[in-house]
Design a protein around this ligand. Structure first.
Ligand SMILES: C[S@@+](CC[C@H](N)C(=O)[O-])C[C@H]1O[C@@H](n2cnc3c(N)ncnc32)[C@H](O)[C@@H]1O
Length: 241
């Protein structure tokens, strides 16, 4: 959290106000496998980024000024590592709250020998606010975010008008926010939020969804879904201003 937002929160608490922070995740403790623990131990110094270190100088982090792709909630990191491996001309930052997922991602990244990936183990909402400069990202990725199926939980969905407005400021002009989901009701929600968001242009020629771009690896989970006749919806919106 930035100093000013944490001060505001502190002041509000002292004034006796009840501040409710709705999060898009529930922290599951989950045990680390030996491999994940070893990868965290071995790779954190080179690939780990800390929220408490504040605003990043991306060129210094990566040692170059290549375009930066940031992924929110990468799960076990399979598709993120594959994308980073396939695109050495780009830099990648992944954010995930689930520690075993971070460990798994580092394990795969280490095995693949990639140097263009860094990861945070932290809430993406806070990382974006406090560590990522405005106008700095070429792409933002959000693949299969928790759909929060029940209506009374929809407020926990990470795609909300306020959040999207904040995301826009982190993209360069022309930069793209790419979402994918296998939950139709969430796809419709994403589309509705994005159509109401200002200064974004839908990249879909039919003004709704785009075909899965080749750059987004097809996961096993998705292949299985296709076999079972389940749908997947990709949405891409570019920042216009
Ligand atoms: C349904 S999983 C999908 C994972 C992965 N993107 C995939 O396609 O397999 C959603 C992930 O987002 C993570 N997540 C949810 N909210 C988050 C937040 N605010 N910051 C970071 N990670 C978050 C969860 O921990 C979970 O691993």
């Amino acid at each position: 959290m930035s100093e000013s937002s944490s001060n505001n929160l502190e002041q509000a608490k002292q004034a006796g106000k009840y501040i409710r922070t709705i999060r898009s995740f529930v922290k599951r403790e989950g045990r680390l496998t030996k491999g994940q623990a070893a990868a965290l131990e071995k790779c954190w110094a080179t690939m780990g980024l800390e929220h408490k270190d504040g605003m990043l100088d991306l060129a210094a982090v990566f040692g170059n000024s290549n375009d930066v792709v940031l992924e929110i909630g990468f799960g076990m990191g399979k598709s993120l590592v594959e994308m980073a491996k396939n695109a050495p001309q780009l830099n990648f930052i992944g954010i995930e709250v689930h520690r075993p997922g971070v460990g798994a991602c580092l394990m795969d990244a280490d095995a693949a020998g990639i140097t263009n990936l860094r990861v945070f183990e932290h809430d993406a909402v806070e990382v974006l606010a406090d560590c990522i400069a405005d106008n700095s990202l070429s792409t933002l990725q959000l693949f299969f975010p928790d759909p929060w199926h029940k209506k009374r939980h929809h407020k926990r969905r990470i795609v909300q008008p306020d959040f999207v407005e904040k995301l826009r400021s982190k993209l360069k002009i022309g930069g793209v926010f790419h979402m994918a989901t296998d939950w139709e009701n969430y796809a419709e929600h994403m589309l509705e939020v994005m159509q109401s968001a200002e200064k974004f242009k839908n990249q879909s020629t039919s003004n709704d969804y785009v075909p899965r771009p080749e750059t987004r690896p097809l996961t096993k989970f998705e292949q299985r879904g296709h076999r079972l006749g389940h749908g997947v919806w990709d949405l891409m919106f570019a920042r216009t201003n």
